[in-house]
Design a protein around this ligand. Structure first.
Ligand SMILES: [Zn+2]
Length: 74
């Protein structure tokens, strides 16, 4: 992974909440709608069995990775 700027934990939580409820997540920094990309198993050659989603802000390029194993609350 590269070392782009990251969201704070609070911002990340807001994105997780919105996305977890099936709403379009907006970037807390600039209000842009986050782009969702599915990361399929095997894409990285690591044999991931679980599905992951990558939410990326098209404006500031911050991103959050979600594991979709179960609920987003821990
Ligand atoms: Zn942004």
């Amino acid at each position: 992974m590269d070392q782009r700027a990251q969201f704070t934990p609070e911002e990340e939580q807001a994105i997780r909440s919105a996305h977890g409820e099936g709403r379009a997540a907006e970037c807390p920094r600039d209000g842009a709608v986050m782009t969702v990309r599915e990361i399929g198993g095997g894409s990285f050659g690591l044999g991931y069995a679980r599905r992951r989603e990558w939410l990326l802000c098209p404006r500031c390029h911050r991103s959050v990775i979600f594991d979709r194993r179960r609920g987003t609350r821990t």
